[in-house]
Design a protein around this ligand. Structure first.
Ligand SMILES: *Cc1c(COP(=O)(O)O)cnc(C)c1O
Length: 484
């Protein structure tokens, strides 16, 4: 497709490399060749493009990047909410942004206090005892949590405990993490309520079970309401409950997961506590731990409290004899800590609870508003995201993919599709609390419009994008990133 209006067709930099440009450098003085057989035989295949063209190329590419700042982004499981600019302002304060991770820790007491206060917030919000701040994202937090559980089990001589239970409604990273830690994954099916059935769990709970990895709310956007019984039964067998807390946006300030029996849980600061993510910035996945796991938490630890001051422990001393070693260099994603704590302090505990309730309300508003045209996969209200499946699309001759592509032509980022796998043709919509009723109404009008379009039209959607429908599997598996 050629340029259309101000919508430029953007070739690869290598395809732009037609012109002759650059500067003529003087012939370099002769030096002794020290490369020998390592010398390059042909010149490097660098594109030959002038500076203005390079700048325009990358500026235009950056504008093709859809973001939460350009439109509604209801990508289920990802919590794409507004990131208040106040967070950015504090993260850029010179006292935070100009410090260096190799600096003597004694010289940055303010940074240590910030990590301490953030840890306190996380402990208060979850009712848990100890925090590892360093994990770099949610999946890394899972690794941190499961390594800690493995070390605790080994310490207590539970070498027989090699199995981790993972419900089908858990996030895909959960079984991957358990397997990466050397556990055997035992999947558990979801019941017709989209949740883990207690009897199924009891039947699977053999003596060799080390832990369960429970995503709560689960990937169907539903609260696993048997969590207290699940935790009690596991604790009787000296196993642990790992909760994937990436969906904390539904619960923060309302439910303390530690009170429900959770032993370890990661919190995606970049989701719940609003920092740019998904191509827009680094994540951060601190893990909170119960008293039972506290001695085994990976270093570094931030200890102390607001009144007596905070300090860091970064070696295995008498205070932390069983601590797991570091799982990440330095202290974690510090700038994300600043953003998250800014968000927490500007909202306050009551405000955080209100945000969670509004997130749940918004998801249920969409659920109620679209239930006559889309099929909700499960009965009853949802948490912070609503799951529809393709059963209402089939009679229309449409697929979930067609609907997603049609929404792009209407100016909306599609919801998460074909995930979770527990239903056919999943459409997982997470509006978050930061969207207004007006935006949600506009989205629902767009969705209704799409559903009245003919299959022929929709099969050709999107029509108004620089690239049309792609072979996404091929694009992911065999990407062609340079011209032949
Ligand atoms: C986002 C998410 C993860 C993974 O978090 P990352 O920061 O992307 O590694 C894990 N579990 C659930 C439920 C999630 O929503």
């Amino acid at each position: 497709m050629p340029h259309q209006g101000l919508n430029f067709d953007e070739p690869l930099l290598f395809e732009l490399s037609k012109e002759s440009c650059g500067v003529d450098l003087p012939t370099p003085p002769k030096v002794r060749d020290r490369l020998g057989s390592m010398a390059r035989l042909n010149p490097a295949a660098l594109p030959n493009v002038s500076e203005p063209r390079v700048i325009r190329h990358f500026t235009r590419l950056s504008q093709k990047n859809f973001s939460i700042d350009s439109g509604f982004y209801p990508l289920g499981s990802c919590t794409m909410k507004h990131n208040p600019r106040l967070n950015e302002q504090t993260a850029r304060l010179a006292g935070f942004s100009n410090i260096h991770p190799l600096q003597d820790i004694q010289s940055v007491p303010g940074a240590v206090a910030l990590m301490g206060e953030l840890s306190d917030f996380l402990k208060n919000l979850t009712g848990l005892a100890h925090v590892a701040l360093s994990p770099a994202a949610g999946a890394h937090g899972e690794l941190c949590g499961m390594i800690t559980i493995r070390n605790a089990l080994q310490h207590h001589g539970h070498h027989e405990k090699t199995v981790v239970l993972v419900p089908e409604s858990a996030h895909g990273t959960n079984p991957a993490t358990a397997a990466a830690c050397g556990f055997t994954v035992r999947p558990l099916p979801a019941d017709q309520r989209g949740r883990l059935d207690l009897q199924t769990f009891y039947n699977a709970l053999t003596d060799n079970v080390a832990a369960i990895m429970l995503t709560n709310p689960n990937t169907c956007g539903l609260f696993e309401d048997d969590i207290v019984n699940i935790a009690a039964a596991l604790h009787t067998k000296e196993g642990y409950v790992y909760c994937d807390g990436a969906n904390f946006n539904a619960l923060a300030g309302v439910v303390r997961l530690g009170d429900l029996g959770v032993d370890a849980m990661h919190i995606n600061l970049h989701k719940t506590f609003s920092t740019p993510h998904g191509g827009g910035g680094p994540g951060s996945g601190p893990v909170v731990f119960s008293e039972a796991l506290a001695p085994f938490v990976p270093l570094p630890w931030v200890v102390g409290n607001r009144h007596d001051g905070y300090r860091v422990l970064d070696t295995r001393t008498a205070e932390a004899p069983y601590a797991t070693g570091r799982i990440k260099a330095f202290w974690g994603q510090f700038a994300t800590f600043v953003r998250a704590l800014t968000y927490m302090k500007s909202f306050g505990t009551m405000g955080i609870a209100q945000a969670s309730k509004d997130a749940v309300l918004n998801a249920n508003y969409i659920r109620a508003g679209l239930s006559d045209v889309l099929h909700p996969s499960f009965d009853g209200p949802c948490m912070h995201e609503v799951l529809f499946d393709e059963s209402n699309l089939k009679p229309l001759g449409l697929t979930t993919m067609d609907v997603a592509k049609g929404l792009i032509d209407k100016g909306f980022h599609p919801m998460t599709i074909y995930f979770p796998l527990v239903v056919q043709g999943a459409m997982l919509i997470e509006p978050t609390e930061s969207e207004s009723q007006q935006t949600l109404d506009e989205f629902m009008v767009a969705m209704r419009d799409v559903l009245t379009m003919s299959p022929e039209t929709l099969k050709n959607a999107p029509q108004h994008t620089p690239r049309r429908r792609l072979d996404e599997v091929r694009a992911a598996r065999t990407p062609v990133l340079t011209s032949p």
